[in-house]
Design a protein. Structure first.
Ligand code: ASP
Ligand code: MG
Length: 436
């Protein structure tokens, strides 16, 4: 069994949905995980925001606008009247449901239900299209098996058991279609795996069914060695280890959901990144194989805030860092980078939701300075401790860029540098010229 995930642009128009058939209809058993059509989830987010503001007029207008888009899509997608009628009914029922929220109470629970509509619609439309093409397929409701636990982590045991139960209902089934992104939470309510979560759905499902391979199909030919939106002459990386890919996904390469590597890595299932617009391109293969010492790629993560903490009490004291970290833990705020000296520690966060509370608590025992609008530039590869020369080539490349913080040696796969966001482009270009 293979798991194939197609992102929003891969199902973004009627034509793209039609083209998808060629990529999946080879008779081999597979589970196809689909995102919502591109733009839909953003649109649903806007609808939810208007409903929160009780701006029902705006919400209704947005709902109608999206509905009209789908009405156009289905006219183009189907050739036969029965399929078109079925799709019309489907669209109407989903959008009538959304309109109901303009009358009823609206809370975060309803918001999650609103956000789930995109994947429910895209999978149903694609399933009808396969039916029209006389291709047998089964629509597996992700809400019957995808589930998160109390810590908002995938409940792997539950998912494995229930995914298998769902599949077992169709002993002759070969082609299964299911929704990415959506799930139930530990209360059984409709929830999601956070934005971009369809990749995560795919690797979770891949792990649950012990897939032979997981393919993530997007609109770019694999992970690039640098950000192609910012730097010219980037190239796709043909092979990455799970660790390298996880670092890259987390630090900026927008192509993959940051946590989605883990389920594949834990089950040693190779992940292939492929391009729907260019299906024959090699893409990127992510596996347990390491390809030796080298610098593979650079990536950047914006929206970083540095917290610089100083205390004379840190001098020769133990327990100081624990006291600092406990505060971040209490406010569920992950730390990205950290550097220390004898009397100071600097760390970075990207979730600033509780920063005021964190700073207030820190100020009880140290002095605190905050620095905003920063970017982590991260260099990913395999940097074993024995190998010399990496630092020289990196800092030589960056010799004209003021650096705020450096983190080297924390992992064999990542060297991170903190710069002012204004200098991000310069830093990425300089590294591209100096390293590749
Ligand atoms: N549709 C969801 C989003 O736009 C999930 C995904 O596409 O991965 O975030
Ligand atoms: Mg995505």
């Amino acid at each position: 069994m293979k798991v194939l995930k197609f992102g929003g642009t891969s199902v973004g128009t009627a034509k793209r949905m039609q083209a998808l058939v060629d990529l999946i209809n080879d008779g081999n058993p597979k589970i196809v995980v689909l995102s919502a059509m591109s733009g839909t989830t953003n649109h649903l987010v806007e609808i939810a925001a208007s409903l929160f503001e009780h701006n029902n007029e705006k919400a209704t207008a947005l709902i109608n606008q999206l509905e009209n888009k789908y009405k156009e899509v289905i006219k183009e997608l189907y050739k036969t009247v029965p399929c078109l009628n079925k799709a019309e009914e489907l669209i109407k029922s989903h959008f009538d449901y959304l309109r109901m929220f303009t009358i009823d109470l609206f809370t975060v629970n309803e918001e999650r239900t609103v956000l789930a509509q995109g994947e429910l619609i895209s999978t149903a439309l694609f399933h009808y299209y396969l039916e029209e093409q006389n291709i047998d397929s089964v629509l597996l409701p992700a809400l019957n098996f995808m589930r998160t636990d109390q810590n908002e982590e995938p409940d792997m045991k539950y998912i494995e058991m229930n995914c298998r139960t769902e599949l077992a209902k169709y002993p002759n089934g070969k082609l299964f279609i299911t929704q990415g992104y959506i799930c139930r939470n530990s209360f059984g309510e409709i929830d999601n795996l956070k934005r971009g979560g369809s990749d995560y759905s795919a690797t979770i499902i891949g792990a649950a069914v012990k897939a032979r391979e997981i393919e993530i199909w997007t609109d770019i030919d694999g992970m690039h060695n640098n950000d192609p939106r910012i730097v010219e002459n980037t190239h796709p990386i043909s092979e990455l280890s799970f660790d390298e890919a996880a670092e890259l996904a987390y630090f900026g390469a927008k192509i993959l959901h940051p946590t989605c590597i883990l389920p594949a890595q834990m089950n040693n299932i190779p992940v292939r990144l492929l391009n729907t617009m260019q299906p024959s391109a090699k893409g990127t293969l992510i596996s347990s194989k390491t390809t030796g010492d080298s610098i593979k790629a650079v990536a950047a993560k914006d929206g970083i805030t540095a917290i610089n903490i100083k205390s004379a009490r840190m001098l020769l004291a133990y327990g100081f860092l624990r006291a600092v970290f406990e505060i971040f833990e209490r406010y569920k705020t992950p730390i990205d980078m950290i550097t220390t000296s004898e009397v100071a520690v600097s760390l970075t966060i990207d979730n600033t939701k509780n920063i005021d509370l964190i700073v207030n608590e820190l100020k009880e025992f140290c002095s605190v300075e905050i620095d905003t609008d920063l970017t982590i530039v991260c260099i990913v590869g395999s940097f074993t401790a024995e190998k010399q020369g990496y630092a020289v080539s990196i800092f030589e490349a960056l010799k004209n860029i003021p650096i705020r913080m450096i983190s080297y040696g924390g992992s064999e796969n990542n060297i991170s540098i903190l710069v002012d966001t204004k200098l991000k482009k310069d830093a990425l270009v300089a590294l591209n010229n100096g390293l590749f």
